[in-house]
Design a protein around this ligand. Sequence first.
Ligand code: SF4
Length: 373
Amino acid sequence: MKRRRFCETLAGTGFLLGTGAGATLNRVWAFQNTANLSHVEARYYKKHPDREIECLLCPRICKLGDKERGYCGVRQNDGGTYYTLVYGKACSANIDPIEKKPFFHFLPGTDAFSIATAGCNVNCKFCQNWQISQVRAEQVPHFDLPPVEVAAAAERTGCRSVAYTYTEPTVFFEYMYDSAVEARRKGLKNCVVTAGHIQPEPLQDLLKVVDAVKIDLKAFRQDFYKEYVRGELQPVLESIRMVSRSKVWLEIVYLVIPTLNDAEQDIRSMCRWMAKEIGRDIPLHFTRFQPMYLVKNLPPTPISTLESLRDIAIQEEMHYVYVGNVPGHSAENTYCPRCRSTVIERFGMQVKAVAMNKGACGSCQYPIPGIWA
Ligand code: SF4
């Protein structure tokens, strides 16, 4: 089913659609009462005396009294039991090209049924989706879309995967996990778009039911994380390590913000860390910043900056380095590291041509890592 028909189908069922990453919700038909939150017991928390709880899902480890909510705004202590308020409560559902996430080595040219709920456990000052991430659950229109219906809608619309994206899926962990189980039952794959700010135990469990993870590494400096993300770098690096050591496919995105995280020495250090800890085959995307949310005083990233950072990564012998958000740039393509042939040609989010044979370069047969079928 093509996107237009899918939109018409959802319109008929009263779904609300978002336009996806970088955009606000754009169409509202009939949606549920916005106070209609879920009351499903959360996973990964500890009970303490006096009805207090400690959330163990992400590195914030929120400690909360009765009736208090975590930093992410979508999990609440109710009488000493912790609940997720957004289970099955999607605020966005779209069909996106997988290249939009971006995944470049994971089912290229296919669509992903993409969902989000409200909430986030970090607070990036340059967030592209702040209208749905930096709000409490009841502050954004949402609709009922339980896991079984996520999988059914993905199958019905011809998507090859379900993507958990737009906001931070860690905060809707239970919904994501159960949807991934349902999607797998139907033979679909699952991919996660995350900042990687999650504790090791839930991540380990998640890796059993998903196929690909894209982690936004927002800088290679703790001071940047503290000031612009309100989070911690080390747990993100630990998540990257953990995914790379699993069977789940990993790609890294680095949004380059002029003057804030574009120092060449930092990029060199990051590439050396990657080469040592996760290997040179993990795709690395340098994407272009656009002024957004609380960082409107800086210009879009100069293309020359993206190109010189890419050159550094290539000097450091990273094999697959891309430039993102610059449609038509030659660094959107995948090149064979051995013979330099173009194995996947792209324009923006579209795949124009694939010259691969069973996961290998069509010219020299060098294996190109990824999930291709
Ligand atoms: S997931 Fe939410 S409630 Fe739990 S520790 Fe993180 S921010 Fe706090």
